[in-house]
Design a protein around this ligand. Structure first.
Ligand SMILES: [Zn+2]
Length: 364
């Protein structure tokens, strides 16, 4: 069983340690601990070689010690494990909703923690639980394959011919990073969290043109499971994903040709219904009177959208395999994308202006 430590100044939060734990032989037992002086605490943690560390954002211990936040402690630990990568472990941040804002304003902290969870995420159950355990197991895989040739392919669980499809330079360069936590961050941020090499549940449906609220959605995922389209690399237990290239091949072998951005959701769904005997419904865009060429999930409202009725969100993307985020016209019209922290790309200015000044309207 894996062992984790949760550090929080408030005795009341002790119960959160149990909520992060998972039973079973390959489960995780998280023990509660109160903060101590920073260097002393860092030493204690490193000596106990935990499989996971969870930190409350504020580690002030009723003013007994100089109050400090989780970041300097995490920084100290991250630097120490560079000397002994086999002892690297995930560090997660647990905080209240208010502290999450402080965390987001603190840019350097983003690279120190594998994930953050709010206290209500933990109280609400099993997804965060699975994710925490998945981080622990993912680190064990990273350590196990550390310094092996092409270790990136072992992290992502691809072999043979498939390796060539995934071997982007940036992916191969994972092997040059200096510690498991650096690889973990890159994989979480650029592979798991993004549409690109992998697709999440909603993006799989959208790519296939299938409505999320229609019938037989579960049946299609059962088939994707049977045909091994799923990603089985590190962190897959916590964040279910599907390989884009496998999905494209699967659809092509079923329907005779690969669908593109010019095939309607109706066409795609009718092939699946005919070949698989299902009753799937086509996905629909929020923008009325479109041709139904659904292709993306809007990164603002998470509803299906088309290439032609969405704009690119501005971002500096470090890798070529990443797909830019997209904002559907409806979200441009309502302005709701701003609440999601998204910005439209300057290259889309003309169309964005037209939507926002009412020259182009959705009419609803
Ligand atoms: Zn949208």
């Amino acid at each position: 069983m894996f062992q984790g430590i949760f550090i929080d100044a408030f005795e009341n939060d002790k119960k959160l340690a149990d909520m992060m734990s998972t039973s079973g032989r390959h489960g995780l037992r998280v023990n509660f601990q109160k903060p101590a002086e920073l260097m002393k605490l860092a030493g204690q943690i490193l000596n106990s070689q935990p499989d996971l560390l969870a930190l409350d954002y504020r580690l002030d211990n009723e003013h007994k010690y100089a109050s400090y936040q989780a970041s300097p402690l995490a920084q100290q630990l991250r630097e120490s494990v560079l000397q002994s990568v086999t002892h690297d472990f995930p560090i997660i941040l647990i905080s209240s909703q208010e502290d999450i804002h402080a965390f987001f304003d603190n840019i350097t902290a983003h690279n120190l923690f594998d994930r953050y969870f709010t206290k209500s995420d933990l109280t609400n159950g099993s997804a965060s639980n699975q994710q925490i355990l998945s981080l622990v197991k993912g680190y064990k895989q990273l350590i196990k394959h550390w310094n092996k040739p092409d270790s990136w392919s072992k992290f992502l669980a691809v072999t043979g011919r498939e390796k060539i499809q995934v071997a982007y330079q940036a992916i191969r360069e994972l092997d040059k990073l200096k510690a498991p936590h650096q690889v973990a961050h890159a994989i979480l941020r650029y592979v798991i969290d993004r549409r690109g090499l992998l697709l999440d549940h909603d993006n799989v449906l959208t790519r296939l043109g299938i409505s999320k609220s229609g019938k037989d959605v579960e049946a299609i995922f059962d088939l994707l499971h049977r045909d091994k389209i799923e990603y089985a690399g590190i962190f897959s237990e916590g964040w279910p994903r599907w390989w884009t290239h496998r999905l494209v091949d699967w659809q092509e072998s079923l329907c005779g040709r690969a669908w593109g951005k010019l095939d309607t959701a109706e066409q795609r769904v009718s092939c699946f219904n005919r070949k698989l005997g299902l009753k799937l419904s086509p996905a629909k865009s929020r923008w009325p009177d479109t041709e139904g060429l659904i292709w993306y999930v809007c990164d603002s409202c998470h509803q299906p959208t088309e290439f032609n009725y969405s704009v690119i969100a501005h971002e500096a993307l470090p890798y070529r395999f990443l797909h830019p985020k997209r904002i559907c016209w409806k979200c441009v019209e309502t302005g709701e994308y701003k609440e999601q922290g998204l910005e439209t790309d300057d290259g889309e200015e003309l169309i964005v202006d037209k939507i926002q000044n009412g020259e182009i309207r959705s009419g609803t």
